[in-house]
Design a protein around this ligand. Structure first.
Ligand SMILES: NC(=O)c1ccc[n+]([C@@H]2O[C@H](COP(=O)([O-])OP(=O)(O)OC[C@H]3O[C@@H](n4cnc5c(N)ncnc54)[C@H](O)[C@@H]3O)[C@@H](O)[C@H]2O)c1
Length: 395
């Protein structure tokens, strides 16, 4: 059979083809597709989703459609792949997101998803839940899942005691922390750094802010490739882990004075503040892996610059008043997603299988679960871990 070599693929066609590759390797989602086909858990239910729009998300949506759901989707700022969004629209998913969307457009998209009055939410950074609580009451929502560390933090801090329905925080699953955050994000952030900058990794001086599973994955990968890696981490136990992993544990002063490339992975705002930008060395490269770009004060970077140049799609160069130059990768958005190919398919298979199973649990038994943020039910963790070990053992 001949290959489809048409050079005139529309964006939607390209999106379908790229989704096809992910589909071949999302083995756990494929198992769930068969289960959902046999016993659809979402018949008559609308699921509102905020998740990075890329091929793996498209496959999750197709599995939820198979389970009988109506699916309404938006992405996160800067990470939407427009060809995949176009392809999804052709499958019946309603999509409100474009790669170029800024924070204002993103909020508008979030509101449009909520206008469909969903029964279940799949959230990313707690944007849907926070907007729902602010603007409209909770209407028909009976339960939600939350993908990220940042969303989990928001639910337990700013939104604490305000969410009247159960929210299963997928990120808290030990499976996701190990397989996605640590083994998936680290290498893909480093790969995206290499792709964006075309620089040699060994013998450069890096600092990683935050030694959670994301920071640890980045630091270990840089070190394995021959980089000199320092870590800034306020939690003494995690700092000890970093030291035992062979990282140079340091403080902000030392990091600013002695590093060339700065990776933020804390999930918290204001790590590289305006005052710290003013002390960066000439040639500093800034990259963020945390969920929001707020870890780097980009507005202040722009304010302090006398010249800003977009050198390529992923590299903005700022010349500060005294002539020092600072590069910002992927506009400060999550580097591996906004500037790279995203996390490896198998790592996302695990997280998305946790998502799909948790949504099924919420559809079937939300009344049995307490309100507010909670971990993935243990039986779901065990069944997904077992299935993943089986799949990895087939390689
Ligand atoms: N890029 C991706 O694909 C991807 C995937 C998963 C998670 N994330 C995001 O990455 C971020 C980190 O996730 P995690 O699971 O490692 O979180 P985590 O909470 O486990 O770890 C964050 C660490 O940062 C430390 N920290 C807090 N403030 C700091 C500061 N000012 N300076 C230095 N360290 C500081 C904390 O003590 C903590 O140890 C979150 O925003 C999460 O949503 C991104």
């Amino acid at each position: 059979m001949g290959r489809d070599e048409s050079p005139t693929n529309s964006p939607a066609q390209a999106g379908h083809l790229r989704t096809r590759w992910a589909e071949l390797h999302l083995r756990l989602l494929d198992r769930l597709r068969l289960e959902f086909r046999a016993t659809p858990p979402f018949t008559g239910l609308t699921i509102g989703i905020c998740l990075h729009i890329e091929p793996k998300t498209a496959v999750l949506c197709s599995v939820l459609l198979e389970g009988g759901a109506e699916v309404i989707l938006t992405g996160s700022p800067g990470t939407t792949q427009d060809d995949v969004a176009a392809a999804l629209q052709e499958t019946g998913v309603k999509v409100f997101s474009r790669k170029r969307d800024d924070a204002t457009a993103h909020l508008k998209n979030i509101r449009r998803v909520l206008e469909f009055d969903p029964h279940l939410l799949l959230d990313n950074g707690a944007d849907l839940i926070a907007t729902l609580l602010e603007a409209r009451g909770t209407h028909r929502v009976v339960g939600a899942t939350e993908e990220t560390t940042t969303g989990g933090n928001r639910l337990r801090e700013q939104l604490r005691d305000r969410v009247p329905f159960p929210v299963i925080v997928i990120n808290d699953s030990p499976l996701k922390l190990i397989m996605e955050n640590e083994h998936g994000v680290g290498p893909t952030v480093v790969e995206a750094f290499m792709r964006a900058t075309n620089l040699l990794v060994p013998s450069r001086r890096y600092v990683v802010f935050g030694y959670g599973s994301v920071g640890r994955g980045i630091a270990r990968c840089l070190r394995a490739l021959g980089g000199h890696v320092s870590v800034v981490e306020p939690d003494p136990i995690r700092a000890l882990e970093a030291a035992l992993d062979g990282m140079l544990v340091t403080d902000m002063e030392d990091a600013l004075a002695n590093s060339e490339v700065f990776f933020t992975a804390t999930g918290r705002p204001g790590v590289i503040t305006g005052e710290r930008i003013a002390r960066l060395p000439d040639g500093a490269v800034l990259a963020n892996a945390g969920h929001f770009s707020w870890e780097i004060d980009i507005a202040e970077l722009k304010r302090q610059a006398k010249k800003a140049e977009a050198l390529s799609a992923g590299v903005d160069l700022f010349t500060l008043q005294d002539g020092r130059r600072v590069a910002l990768l992927a506009g400060g958005e999550m580097l591996n997603l906004a500037g790279g190919g995203g996390n490896p398919i198998e790592t996302m298979d695990l997280g998305l299988a946790l998502q799909a199973q948790s949504l099924r649990r919420l559809a079937e038994s939300h009344k049995l679960l307490p309100a507010g943020a909670q971990p993935v039910p243990h039986d779901i963790n065990l069944s997904v871990a077992r299935a993943m070990v089986e799949e990895l053992s087939r390689h």
